[in-house]
Design a protein around this ligand. Structure first.
Ligand code: DC
Length: 231
């Protein structure tokens, strides 16, 4: 089946890490009762599986195979929290660590890995609709999506948000280290040859530096309504 031909409406959210895409996407999916695709989790899973199986992060053929055959389940609990199970092990928390984010960013530069994940991602586009977040949702994975958002925030603000998030979990970190990590990952995501992070030509650009999550969600819902995507 050509999954690009699926009629389910899709709203894409792309942008650099820490701009709020994950939280905004979850809220949108809850508000609309639509499906949710956290595409970054797929790249994180490939990075983590590679580490677990001792596959080198530049071994493109082996990593592509790993991506194609990922033994993963996304289980939604009563509280709407998604539990990610990789090879029968709950990796939900490990997946969100900076370490695994770094692994993901490295495997994400490889064409073979990106191609292997393409169909898996497109298969999420089923009725009543899909909210998806990542780096290339609007440019590559769902180029025909009727509403595309490119969500940004300044690197300082993103580092501050990440620090607060880590502190709330009791994890110590330094603002300057977090900002350096963010800039390094931005550079890798924006400068890679395949599917680099950039706004789709028809994307609405939203700078969340001065906006709350609720303001961003409301803005996107209003846009979706004005386009007749939701009632
Ligand atoms: O959004 P995130 O932090 O979970 O993403 C982890 C890494 O995966 C990020 O550095 C870039 C990569 N990624 C990607 O290349 N394409 C996507 N659609 C999603 C994530």
């Amino acid at each position: 089946m050509d999954s690009l031909a699926v009629n389910a409406p899709v709203i894409t959210l792309d942008g650099p890490g820490g701009a709020g895409k994950g939280t905004v996407s979850m809220r949108l999916a809850q508000a609309l009762g639509w499906h949710l695709l956290d595409s970054g989790a797929l790249y994180r899973l490939v990075g983590l599986a590679a580490e677990q199986q001792g596959v080198a992060l530049d071994d493109e053929p082996a990593l592509s195979l790993l991506a194609e055959h990922l033994d993963v389940q996304f289980l939604t609990g009563q509280d709407d929290l998604v539990q990610v199970v990789l090879a029968a092990k709950d990796v939900s928390h490990e997946l969100r660590t900076e370490r695994v984010g770094g692994l993901a960013s490295q495997v994400a530069v490889l064409d073979g890995v990106r191609n292997a994940l393409l169909t898996r991602q497109r298969n999420f586009a089923v009725l009543p609709g899909l909210i998806c977040d990542g780096r290339d949702m609007g440019t590559v994975v769902f180029p025909n999506a009727p509403l595309k958002i490119y969500l940004t925030a300044s690197a300082d603000e993103r580092a501050k948000r990440r620090l607060e998030q880590l502190r709330s979990k009791g994890v110590a970190a330094k603002l300057c280290d977090l900002k350096n990590d963010i800039l390094e990952r931005d550079a890798r995501d924006m400068n890679r040859a395949t599917a680099p992070l950039k706004p789709a030509k028809d994307a609405l650009q939203v700078d969340s530096t001065q906006l709350s999550i609720t303001q961003v969600v409301d803005l996107i819902l209003a846009k979706a309504k004005s386009q007749g995507l939701v009632s």
